[in-house]
Design a protein around this ligand. Structure first.
Ligand SMILES: [Fe+2]
Length: 240
């Protein structure tokens, strides 16, 4: 379990759960004792136990996207936190077509206050049409789901995936956020569990492309053939 700084209004707790090395995050608002669970899945009792250990009330569930390995604990967590609200982007809800309990649908740019903790919803399509990253601007933390991994990015060949959108999404993250932003991915696929945006700009091959065409070819046809996890940094290759 990892925790971030002590002077911020929040802490980010990470749990690695399930057979696919998923990271489930619990955002703790220190002053109110409220907790938001990002991508409740696999072992909901572990999520609830973590909240109890820290004396937290789970008031919100945040979904980066609708894939099974990120959402399969929603109902179990809601049984323990019956008043919690479920947040996701409207384009993901439309793509998913699932009937949710108490959904709160958002658009990119929306903000949620978890006590004193500000959480921004970023619309980051590419892995799925309504994928979201959750940005905590006070401490420059970014929870990225399957959009951005440490030294990797999410597949774009599944239903709803779009490598052209992923190219633009990664560009927007690279140019729109401070380089010290800490990346918290949806899977533990790399040689370390988190990184900074600066490390990603330097070492993530998907961040190295200047042109759409070569990016799409690499994502769809090259990457999975030539790289395997755990991912490590890749040096910038001039001309990409
Ligand atoms: Fe996914």
């Amino acid at each position: 379990m990892a925790e971030s700084g002590t002077t911020l209004p929040y802490r980010v707790h990470a749990l690695e759960l399930g057979p696919m090395e998923n990271f489930i995050y619990v955002i703790e608002d220190v002053s109110s004792g409220r907790a938001a669970v990002v991508d409740p899945a696999w072992e909901p009792e572990e999520i609830v136990r973590l909240a109890e250990q820290h004396g937290l009330e789970i008031t919100d569930l945040l979904l980066t996207h609708s894939h099974y390995d990120h959402i399969n604990g929603i109902e179990c967590v809601l049984e323990e936190a019956p008043n919690a609200r479920v947040h996701l982007l409207k384009p993901e809800a439309d793509f998913w077509g699932h009937t949710l309990t108490r959904p709160h649908l958002h658009h990119g740019g929306d903000r949620l206050m978890l006590g004193d903790t500000e959480i921004r919803f970023l619309h980051t399509p590419g892995h799925t049409p309504g994928s979201a990253c959750f940005h905590l601007p006070t401490g420059d933390d970014l929870i990225t789901g399957d959009t951005l991994f440490v030294f990797g990015c999410g597949r774009c060949d599944l239903a709803g995936g779009d490598p052209e959108q992923m190219f633009q999404t990664l560009r927007d993250l690279r140019t729109g956020l401070p380089r010290q932003t800490r990346i918290h991915p949806g899977h533990n696929y790399a040689e370390k569990p988190s990184s900074t945006l600066e490390e990603e700009v330097q070492g993530n091959p998907f961040m190295h492309f200047h042109d759409l065409g070569p990016f799409v070819h690499y994502r769809m046809h090259e990457h999975d053939r030539i790289r395997s996890s755990p991912y490590g940094p890749v040096p910038v290759n001039e001309g990409q």
